[in-house]
Design a protein around this ligand. Structure first.
Ligand code: GLU
Length: 425
């Protein structure tokens, strides 16, 4: 019997395919280190369930468009599947599979009882009206309805989706169930059972990971942040609040630089009002690509996959990279960075704050109870800091990079769960 493992030599290399190749490469390295057998490696390299759907959307002018949607459950051995839903024109089944795989290792690494999943719709949400977006979301959820549920698979926000999207998902699922099911989705508005601290959780986690990796006072540490969206803008804010000097940020509209440090609160207001950082008056404009290569202490890639590649890695001057995005660094770039002595706090650790507080939200929903922001923050900090020190110790003990160590821990825990459960039938 032959088992299908995603091929490494695709006919067409899309960014999604590159992301999946990176994820498979990282898995391979961890499996090798752990000495996993071929069968188990194959199980871990393949998604457990993968659904592609066609989503018809009625446009305001009466036209009917059809877009592709996906939901991938990579692994459910340690608990229900968990992971965000992305609305982005470039998303495809390969990207969603890679992101689901990273969710599996991320949840295992930080010790929360979930498997990994991801969803996506290949659409540009900025090109739709709010009503079109609502129709699209509800129809997509309807198509993936058999897969999701508070005990099965719990979506959350990701690129291009937000609290409003989660509210529509919660409503669509609840209408179909016949009663309110807040635990079907996390990252909800507070009025529908959201958790205090969830909206800034990924960014707070990035701040915690950065300070832990710095291991010294953040006062005056210079930072550049690529991406000024849900994760990047608040990460910049929290790092500035901690005493760092955030000198540059970028988004799709442009990049801005201020040698003495940006006023992040002012920039967030500017970006919210004008749709991006472009034109911000109290800073200099800078070519987008230059941001990654700035002479700063810390670089936070908080946009999309594949930002740091073999093409720009040799020119990166930051000594510390903290990955707010999923998969921003390719394996080829990783090797160059490691050879240059650049420390990379990997995505599955650095951006785990989001799913940690998602877990806390879900636990609150399942108990119909809510915690104070202090309690949530304490639990987040505790889980982030223990995961960080586990990764750091393993890396030091075995001579691994932080990414390799994080994968060895995450993959190792999932492999152990498989071995303990055994194979049915
Ligand atoms: N989309 C976020 C991530 O990639 C959060 C996922 C979640 O909260 O389930 O980690």
């Amino acid at each position: 019997m032959s088992i299908m493992v995603p091929s490494r030599t695709p006919a067409l290399i899309t960014p999604g395919r590159q992301a999946l190749d990176s994820a498979l490469h990282q898995l391979d390295q961890a499996a090798e280190h752990l000495g996993l057998d071929h069968g188990l490696r194959t199980v871990l390299a393949t998604p457990r369930r993968s659904l592609t759907v066609s989503v018809p959307v009625r446009r305001e002018d009466g036209r009917l468009d059809v877009v592709q949607g996906f939901r991938v459950q990579h692994n459910v051995s340690r608990g229900p599947a968990k992971g965000g839903i992305r609305f982005h024109p470039g998303t495809d089944i390969h990207e969603v599979t890679a992101l689901a795989m990273w969710m599996t290792w991320k949840c295992a690494l930080v010790g929360i009882p979930y498997g990994g999943a991801k969803g996506g719709v290949a659409v540009d949400p900025a090109g739709l009206t709010t009503r079109e977006l609502e129709r699209l979301t509800r129809r997509y959820v309807n198509e993936i309805l058999p897969l999701i549920g508070p005990e099965k698979d719990i979506p959350a926000p990701d690129v291009g989706t937000d609290e409003q999207t989660m509210a529509w998902i919660m409503d669509t699922y609840s209408v179909s169930a016949g009663y309110s099911v807040p635990g079907v989705v996390t990252g909800k508005p507070m009025t529908l059972g959201g958790s205090l601290g969830r909206s800034g959780a990924t960014s707070r986690g990035v701040q915690i990971a950065t300070l832990a990796a710095l291991g010294r006072s953040p006062e005056g540490v210079t930072v550049a942040v690529q991406g000024f969206g849900k994760v990047g803008a608040l990460a910049a804010q929290y790092l500035a609040d901690a005493g760092c000097k955030v000198v540059a940020v970028s988004d799709i509209t442009g990049a801005v630089y201020a040698r003495g440090g940006l006023d992040i609160a002012g920039l967030r207001t500017w970006a919210a009002e004008r749709g991006g950082v472009h034109g911000y008056r109290h800073a200099d404009a800078m070519p987008l690509d230059d941001l990654l290569e700035l002479d700063v202490d810390v670089l936070v890639p908080a946009a999309l996959e594949g930002a740091i590649t073999e093409a720009n890695a040799p020119r990166i001057r930051a000594r510390l990279i903290v990955e707010g995005a999923n998969g921003p660094t390719t394996p080829e770039a990783d090797e160059i960075l490691a050879a240059n002595g650049t420390v990379v706090v990997p995505d599955i650790l650095a951006n785990a704050g989001g799913v940690i507080v998602s877990y806390l939200e879900w636990v609150q929903n399942m108990q119909a109870y809510s915690w104070s922001s202090g309690e949530v923050e304490l639990k987040l900090r505790d889980l982030m800091e223990s995961a960080f020190s586990e990764v750091k110790s393993l890396a030091a003990a075995r001579g691994l990079t932080l990414r390799q160590a994080a994968h060895v821990i995450g993959v190792g825990r999932v492999a152990e769960a498989h071995q303990m459960r055994g194979l049915y039938p």
